[in-house]
Ligand binder design. Sequence first.
Ligand SMILES: Cc1ncc(COP(=O)(O)O)c(C=O)c1O
Length: 415
Amino acid sequence: MSNSGSEEKIARRVYLDHAATSWPKMPGVNAAWLEYQEYIGVTAGRGSYRSSVSAESIVEDVRRRLASLIGAKSPNSIAMVHNGTAALNLAFAGLLKTGDHVVTTAVEHNSVLRPLHLLTKTLGIRLTIVGCDATGWVDPEEVQNALQSSTRMVAITHASNVTGRIQAIDAIGAMLAPRDTLLLVDAAQTLGYIPIDVDRVGIDLLAAPGHKGAGGVMGCGMLYAQDEVASQLNSPWIGGSGMRSESLEGPSQWPAKAEAGNLNIPAIAAWQAGLKWLDKSSDASLNPRNGTAFLHPVIESHYRRLIAILRQWKNCTVIGHEPGIGHDTGTREYVPVVSMRCNVSSMTASDLAAILDSSFDIEVRSGLHCAALVHEKLCTLQEGGTIRFSIGHTTTSEDLDRLEMAVQQLNRAYI
Ligand SMILES: Cc1ncc(COP(=O)(O)O)c(C=O)c1O
């Protein structure tokens, strides 16, 4: 396809799948990736020439920005990894031992459920999966009831990637504070959208990809580990580190021990641009110490409109996201990830998503969204899952205008 053909196609596309990855990227992000490749392009922390030192300083700046975004005391509590899945696997494989009991939830993504399931077989950990309600919310009391004396970790998502429901991590953190149990939070759907304060909540481990709301591109992610936990974590991977090459032992310090091999520096350079953009445009809304902050006002207003449009769609029913959303009610309970159940008996959520794409150039995801257990609770497993709409930092009112027009046309066509 010619360039102008691609540009026209891009101009027509309405992308409402930010829960999968953010697109289009924030201003400056793609340019930073390309600039890195064209003008720096080297490994970080290896050579002593100036371009390698520049590469290293990009990584250090991203660490510093991430630490500030999540309220961590030190940039050195952040290990850079390739995606959210790598961060989660690093935490599980690095900390869990035979006989450990782990509590997780039915809301989790497969990047939590599958590694933990595997460790039940390979390492003999014991797993309890706590249920959720019909909006994907986990009752902290159920987490409390699942705790045992050998519970080493509670692993919970900050917000569901299926329903957008935010979990009560403050309450869970407070409940675990007097215990020796680690709290791991999967912030894939929240980093860059809502404030996170690891210190205040008592989060020991926070895993997140860089390519969703946090402003990066695919190929980067982070694992925060609180100091004492970081010192206990045995990294499952080892190799070149750019330091003490004469030794057959890898570094023992965090985060170096978790960063064996070359990092994806072009992706990290792009992430730096995204984090700078977030810093400039989100003012108080992402400040971890600002207790009253929440979604950025523009995203919040798009989110309210998204819900209003989707509620008009007669072919589907919105799951959760109670009516009357507002600062003190709904919006504090959800990130803008909205799943709908298909009501048309001859159709599935996937059929509806295909119609949106082929007839309106609107891209949304359908199916189980890599989180099958929650669908049992939502009663959407038999019908093959939900149709999911998710907005992000670069969603525009024009995107939502197009969705509204599509919903109106589909209402006329199918009902
Ligand atoms: C809740 C949740 N956790 C973890 C992940 C895994 O992130 P990644 O695909 O970057 O490995 C995702 C990705 O969709 C997710 O939605």
